[in-house]
Design a binder for this molecule. Structure first.
Ligand SMILES: O=C(O)CCC(=O)C(=O)O
Ligand SMILES: [Fe+2]
Length: 326
């Protein structure tokens, strides 16, 4: 199983195999629900049963932990209290970039309604996938933060630029949106948002490019592309690689709900993620052997009604503050 849906489906897979995947997920979830309602909160027992059923150790632990988190709406700390394998669960959770809001609360911006410091809850991955490696998180930005970012961008938008084969900046058909960068300090709470994302994905803030806000109006889209620099023969790509290394991951923050169209589509997996205000898509594309993952090929599908607003953060191998890759 490559993709795991953890909530009601706000993600839509376009290929026929999705039906099989959903049926499989439903069966797994039904089993988890039954286990939880029997009062068996032992993640370990569930994981062992799943392993006996042919799941890999890691996957079984993850699914069992997710099952408890989801079906009981159980705070993370309570899962850990009930679990005899706290360390393993934490490893699994961290591996899949779960973060705890108490850690994230340190990075809440002033426009957020404060979460009581004693309140601990997990940031839930609605969906995880191994090929491409991605996770979709809910409630990463507050409604206030989303609308403030949109209001800021409205004052600073210009047509997005795409590089020609010769490495020149041109207006091209690949990306028909408008956008702007949010320089450090230009919005008071931008640092808080970036620090929160850094905590969520466990990657240093100084290795994140400047936040880029993009608006797609009716009919606008971003054709299939890789986010990493895949043409070292081009001067621009070579310069970028020399300056701060490869791009290895992307966070797309969805700033509004889109009425129709405007999905983020992963062509190889046939997976389409629908924007939902405040959620964050995180995907990575450096494979364990160092090659870049072609399964990360993706596009922004045409917006059919209304507008789509996103904010994107690209992760680099090395510090990149002050450089704008675009
Ligand atoms: O618009 C989208 O959903 C995708 C955006 C994207 O691919 C990017 O900003 O690199
Ligand atoms: Fe992209």
């Amino acid at each position: 199983m490559e993709c795991t849906l953890n909530e009601e489906t706000t993600a839509v897979a376009g290929l026929a195999s999705n039906d099989e995947m959903s049926a499989h997920n439903e069966a797994v979830e039904a089993w988890l629900l039954a286990a939880v309602s029997r009062g068996d909160l032992s993640v370990e027992a569930m994981a062992q049963a799943m392993q006996a059923d042919g799941y890999g150790e890691h996957e079984a632990q993850l699914l069992a932990a997710l099952g408890v988190l989801r079906h009981e709406d159980t705070p993370l700390h309570s899962v850990l209290e009930h679990s005899r394998m706290q360390g393993a669960v934490l490893d699994v959770i961290q591996h899949f970039r779960y973060a705890r809001l108490d850690a994230l609360d340190a990075h809440r911006s002033p426009v957020d309604a404060p979460v009581a410091p004693s309140k601990v809850r997990g940031v839930r991955a609605r969906l995880t996938c191994t090929s491409p490696d991605l996770a979709l998180f809910d409630d990463v930005l507050s409604a206030h933060e989303c609308s403030d970012l949109i209001e800021f961008a409205k004052e600073h938008l210009s047509a997005n630029r795409v590089m020609s084969e010769q490495g020149e900046v041109i207006d091209a058909d690949v990306r028909t949106s408008s956008g702007c960068f949010v320089e450090a300090g230009s919005v008071p709470w931008i640092d808080a948002i970036e620090a929160r994302i850094s905590t969520l994905v466990q990657w240093p803030q100084e290795c994140m490019e400047e936040l880029a806000i993009v608006r797609y109006s009716g009919g606008e889209r971003f054709l299939s592309h890789f986010d990493y620099f895949n043409a070292p023969e081009l001067l621009r790509h070579r310069e970028e690689l020399d300056a701060a290394g490869q791009r290895i991951g992307t966070i797309v923050l969805y700033l509004n709900d889109v009425t129709e169209g405007g999905a983020t589509r992963f062509d190889v997996a046939g997976l389409e993620l629908l924007p939902s205000r405040g959620s964050a898509l995180y995907f990575t594309y450096r494979l364990p052997d160092g090659r870049m993952d072609e399964a990360s090929l993706h596009s922004g599908t045409p917006v059919l009604e209304g507008e789509k607003w996103i904010a994107t953060l690209w992760l680099r191998e090395r510090p990149c503050r002050g450089l704008s890759a675009g």
